[in-house]
Every structure is written in C-alpha cells, then in structure tokens.
Design a binder for this molecule. Sequence first.
Ligand code: PLP
Length: 364
Amino acid sequence: MADWRNPPKLYIPGPVYVRPDVLEQLSRPTLGHRDKNYAQLHGEVVDMLKKVLYTEQNVFLSTSSASGIWEAGMRNLVGENDTVLCTMCGAFSDKWADVGKACGKNVDELKVEWGQPVTTEMIDKKLAAGKYAAIALVYNETSTGVTNQLYEVAEMMKAKYPDVLVMVDAVSAMVGLPIHFDKLGWDLVLASVQKCFAIPPGLAVAAVSKRALEKAKTVKGRGYYFDFVEFAKMAEKNQTPTTPAIPHIMALHYQCTRLLSEGMENVWNRHATMASYVQGWAKDRFGLFAEEKYASKTLTTVKNTRNIPVGDVIKSIQSKYNVAFGNGYGKLKDVTFRIAHMGDITLEDMKQLTGWIDAEIGAQ
Ligand SMILES: *Cc1c(COP(=O)(O)O)cnc(C)c1O
C-alpha cells in the first residue's frame, strides 16, 4: 500500500534521491529574508554557483520549479516584435515552445522525432533562413534520454549568429554535464534543484548574461514574479524580490560546498561512470533508445526490446525493495523505461537496481 511517509528510494529522473544529511539542512532555523544572515547565505550560494557554472555574470535563485524560468526566458528575452526559435526533441523542449506561445511570443519551431537530437547543421540551416532574436535549446531531453551537442552548437552560434540570444534548459544536465556558461556564450541557463543537485523540489537556479539583462530592460510585459530586472536589482543586496525558499537555499549551500570540494570535473566523471555502467547493462539486456553518441550521462532510456511489461516490473520491484525507477515518458510509456543516474545516486545503487531488474525478467 502506498504511504507517503515511507516512500520508495527514487531512481526516477527527478525528483531524485536526497541524502539524509542534505535533508537535515532543510530543518535549520529560518532567517529573515531581509536580514544580514540571509544576505550572507545568498551571497555565498551565488558565489559557489558561479564556480559550478563557470560564470562571472548573474546568477539568480527563483522560488519556483524550473518551468518558472522557462517563462522568465520567454518574457524577459523575447520582445514583442521578435521571433524565438524553439528547438524541440521531446516532451520538455516541446513544452517550452508552448510556454512561449502562452506568453504571447512569436514562436518558430524546429522539431525532430523523439529520440533524435537537434543537430548543429539543422540549427544553422534554420537560423540562416530566418530572422531570430533568440533560440531555445534543451541540453538533455529527459523524456527521451538524448543529450544535444550544445558545445558544438555554441561554437557555430558564436561564429555565425553572435546576436541571437541563447536560452538553454539544463534541468537534467546542470551539475551532471559540463556547463562553462561564459565560454559557451549562453545568455540563459536554467535548472531546478530536484535533479542533479539532489535537493527536494522547490527552487530553481538561473545564470543570466549581462547582455540578456540589458535586453530585458527593453522588453515590455516582463510580468512581476519572474522579472530578471527585479532579480538583478535585489541581487546587488544579495536578496531576492520575494521571500525565497530559504530551507532549499541552505540545502543548496551544502550541496554546492560538496560539489566544489569534489571538483566539477570529478562530478561530471562520476556521472559518466554511472552512465557507462547502466548503458552497458542496457545494451546487453535490451537496447538504448538514443543513438549511443547522444545517450545521456544523467539518465538512460532503455529500449524495451524484450517486450517486458514495464509497469508490472516497476511495480513488482517497488513492492519488494521499495525503490522506484521510471517508465517511458508519455507516448514512450511501454516501449522504453528510464533509469536516472544523477545526483547522489551511486554506482553501487545502479548495480543493485539492474540486478533486481535482471532477477525480475529472468536475465543475467
Ligand atoms: C524536469 C524537467 C523540466 C521541468 O522542471 P520543473 O522543475 O518540474 O519545472 C524541464 N525540462 C527538463 C529537461 C526537465 O528534465
């Protein structure tokens, strides 16, 4: 029987498993958000995030899920006479385009089949043919397990379309995959903390370039809650425009401290090691849904080549071991399943889980 007080350990692609010592950070005494104590906390977290993201530009903390920053990107960086090119390769990037339309923006679509990446060539061709003020990209499409080659895209953009603002959804990538924000020349990168930061949901992180902020000042209808200009004004005092999720920011302080002491290269390698193990297992027993070159290092989407009853297997393993992994997303529900290897999940966890799946399906 389901009981939220005794939930399964999460191997789904977000929210992910949170360590007990991280959970403890959420129960510290609260602070007044206009007090010096809070400003100290805020300043320290932002300084650490700048190191995590390799940026010297703006870093904002938003008390929302990542979707709030989707909206912020559209409302702050895309003006009324602008067109934004939305690149779409799965459920999340599809949704970001919907958000743009819901904000009343002119959205043009570059869409590929689920499971395919959006390539540099496709983007180049599209940008050459139209006039775009901004482009929306997803680094790691969580619904399909595809990682787009955004370092390559960035080089092309810097060389050929330096005036187009680059907005990147890195929700399931940030921390797990490299992000050198300034070097990439991006203008917005966003993530929520319940993915690779391994914190409970309730907070989002955004890096915003200086030129994006200048652009925002010229855009009408930025709204209230996600106005980057307000965020920037309050950031000067190490504050946020409205009362933030202070417990989450304390947990983020703790996690950033851990990440930086491990070293970002080591953190990325740790994710790559887990990915390589899970992908190897998946190829042996089933197949990979994504082409290997594009297979994500933070989650693996397994192609259900054995036609196992995915829902039943997940249910059975959950009832025996109280762990949960993911079925396929949306239309991929039964033809794939997803194992997340992001955040504080370990290689040992992965070996245990794949062993349990093997036992369940009678493979070895
Ligand atoms: C989880 C996810 C989102 C949505 O994030 P929320 O924090 O739920 O708003 C968006 N994009 C990607 C790629 C995701 O994995």
